[in-house]
Design a protein around this ligand. Structure first.
Ligand code: URA
Length: 482
C-alpha cells in the first residue's frame, strides 16, 4: 500500500500531480491511499511502491478535472481515493462519466452538487462585521471587516475568490473552523481556522445593512417556503437581516401595493457593498413557467455578467400577453429594483406606449440580456453595451419567455433587442416601423430604444425621434386591434 499525504483538506493540485503520476505508472486504486488532514485512518501502511517503468499517458476531460477540483472540497474522508478510482477507470472506459447509474459516477455527481450548494450558501450568507481601519481613511487607510462562517465542506479556497471580486476595496477575513481566508486588496491568503469568538457579534454597518435589506426586499416575489429552504436556520445567527424577516413577511402585502404605486427606487448608497449573489446551481433551460424562469435566471452563469450585477432581471407582465416588449438589458435602477424598465428609459417607454394607445400593464416587458453590464466611473455605474456573445448566451431565456408567453407580436426596442429576436444583426433604421417575420412565424417589430430618445432629447439633435417612436407604436396598437 502506498500513501500520499496531503497538506490541506482541499489540496487538489497535490492530488492531481500524484494521481497522474500513479495512474501513469499503473498503480492500482487498491494499492493507494490519499490522506488529507481530516482522515483518521490508523491502519495505513506507509510502505513505498515500486513504480512500473512502462508508463502510460493519462487522459481525463476538462469537465472531469473541473468537477474533481470541486469534489476535492467535499468532507468525505475518502474523496481523493474515490476520485483516483474514477480516474483509473476512465483510462479504459472513456465514456464512463455518461453512465449515470454507475456507483462511482453517481457519488461524484452528488458530491459535486453538495459542494456547489455549500459554496452558494457561503456566497449568500457571509456577513461582514466592521472591525476597524488599517489607518485613518483620510491618509489612505482601508476599512477592515471580518465574518464567521461554518461550511459543511472544505470550500474556503473554492468560495472566497468570489469575495475578492465583490469587495476588492476593503480588507477582510472570513474565519471558518478549519481555515481562514484573508484579503488585503492585493492577495488572498489562507491561514489556520478560528472560532466564532474571533469575530464580533455586531458592528456599525449592521443598521445600514438592515435598511438596505428592507429596501431590496421585494414583496411581490415573496415565497416563504423557498426563502426558508434557501436560508436554513443554521445561518440565521450570522445574518443581521434574519431578525427582520417575520415583520417583512407580515408587511409584504402593504409593501406590494406601495410598490405598484411607485416603481421608482433610488440607488442605495451601500448597494455596492451589500449584495446578495447566488452562486451557480443547475439551470434548467426550459423552465415550465415564468416564475421558474426567474429562479433560473437568478442562478444563470452562461456569461460573466452576473458577477457585477445585483441580480438577474427577467420579464414582468401577464404571461399570456399579446404584446411582448424587449429592451436591451437592465440599467442601474433595474439592477437594484429587480424589474425591467423602472428607470428613466422606462418612463419614456410608458409615456410613448400611452400616447400610442397601448397599456404597459397589458404587455410582457423583458430584456435581451438579463444582467446589468456597466463600468464604474467614480461613484457611478455607467451602462455598457452587451457583446454579441453575451446576447447569444442569454438568448435561451428570451426564447423561453417567447415560448411561454406566446405573444402575437414582439416589439424590439433598439438594435440589441432586434438582434436577439432576429437571431442575427438587423439594421434598426432600415427595418423599423413594419412587421417582420421570423422563419418560425414569430412576428416582430422594431423601433428606437427609449435610451436613444433620452440621449437625443438631451442634445436636441433629433427632434423627430420621439414622435417617430410613438408613430411606430401606433402601428403596433393598430395591429393588435385588427
Ligand atoms: N434599458 C433597457 O433596455 N432595459 C431596461 O430594463 C432598462 C433600460
Amino acid at each position: 500500500m502506498h500513501t500520499v499525504q496531503l497538506d490541506h483538506h482541499a489540496d487538489f493540485d497535490a492530488w492531481r500531480a500524484q494521481a497522474r503520476d500513479m495512474c501513469a505508472a499503473r498503480v492500482h486504486p487498491t494499492q493507494l491511499r490519499f490522506v488529507p488532514p481530516d482522515r483518521e485512518d490508523t491502519l495505513l501502511d506507509f510502505g513505498v511502491l515500486g513504480l512500473r517503468e512502462d508508463r502510460r499517458t493519462v487522459v481525463a476531460s476538462k469537465d472531469f478535472m473541473d468537477r474533481a477540483a470541486r469534489v476535492a472540497c467535499h468532507s468525505h474522508p475518502e474523496r481523493y481515493d474515490r476520485l483516483y478510482r474514477l480516474l483509473w477507470r476512465l483510462q479504459d472506459q472513456p465514456s464512463l462519466m455518461r453512465n449515470t447509474v454507475d456507483d462511482d459516477v453517481r457519488w461524484m455527481v452528488e458530491a459535486d452538487k453538495a459542494v456547489r450548494r455549500d459554496r452558494h450558501k457561503m456566497h449568500a450568507f457571509v456577513r461582514f462585521r466592521k472591525v476597524g481601519e488599517s489607518a485613518p481613511l483620510e491618509s489612505g487607510g482601508r476599512e477592515r471587516f471580518m465574518a464567521w462562517f461554518e461550511p459543511d465542506h472544505f470550500i474556503v479556497d473554492l468560495a472566497t475568490p468570489f469575495f475578492t471580486r465583490r469587495f476588492p476595496n476593503m480588507d477582510w477575513a472570513i474565519v471558518t473552523p478549519y481555515r481562514t481566508a484573508v484579503w488585503d486588496g492585493e492577495a488572498l491568503r489562507f491561514e489556520a481556522g478560528g472560532t466564532r469568538d474571533d469575530v464580533p457579534e455586531t458592528d456599525v454597518v449592521e443598521d445600514q445593512w438592515k435598511t438596505y435589506y428592507s429596501s431590496i426586499f421585494n414583496p411581490s416575489r415573496l415565497k416563504v417556503a423557498a426563502m426558508r429552504a434557501e436560508m436554513p436556520k443554521k445561518y440565521w445567527n450570522n445574518l443581521p437581516e434574519a431578525a427582520l424577516i417575520p415583520s417583512l413577511i407580515a408587511g409584504a402585502k402593504t409593501r406590494e401595493r406601495q410598490m405598484m404605486d411607485s416603481l421608482n427606487h433610488d440607488p442605495n448608497p451601500i448597494a455596492e457593498k451589500a449584495i446578495y449573489q447566488p452562486e451557480q446551481v443547475d439551470t434548467d433551460l426550459a423552465p415550465p413557467d415564468v416564475a421558474a424562469l426567474w429562479e433560473q435566471v437568478e442562478h444563470c452563469r452562461r456569461c460573466d455578467l452576473w458577477e457585477g450585477a445585483t441580480q438577474g432581471v427577467a420579464g414582468v407582465g401577464p404571461d399570456d400577453a399579446r404584446l411582448m416588449i424587449v429592451g436591451e438589458q437592465p440599467g442601474d435602477k433595474e439592477d437594484l429594483a429587480g424589474e425591467p424598465f423602472v428607470g428613466p428609459a422606462g418612463k419614456i417607454l410608458t409615456q410613448a406606449l400611452e400616447e400610442a394607445g397601448l397599456s404597459r400593464g397589458d404587455a410582457y416587458v423583458t430584456n435581451a440580456v438579463k444582467h446589468f453590464k456597466y463600468e464604474v466611473r467614480g461613484q457611478r455605474r455607467i451602462h455598457k453595451n452587451p457583446s454579441v456573445s453575451e446576447i447569444k448566451a442569454c438568448n435561451v431565456w428570451l426564447e423561453r419567455e417567447i415560448e411561454l408567453v406566446k405573444p402575437d407580436i414582439v416589439l424590439c426596442l433598439g438594435g440589441s433587442a432586434a438582434r436577439a429576436v432576429n437571431g442575427k444583426a438587423i439594421k434598426v433604421g432600415e427595418n423599423r416601423g413594419r412587421v417582420l417575420e421570423r422563419a418560425d412565424g414569430l412576428k416582430f417589430f422594431i423601433t428606437s430604444h427609449p435610451s436613444y430618445i433620452l440621449r437625443v432629447q438631451r442634445y436636441e439633435d433629433q427632434p423627430k425621434a420621439y414622435p417617430d417612436m410613438v408613430a411606430d407604436l401606433r402601428k403596433v396598437a393598430d395591429l393588435l386591434a385588427a
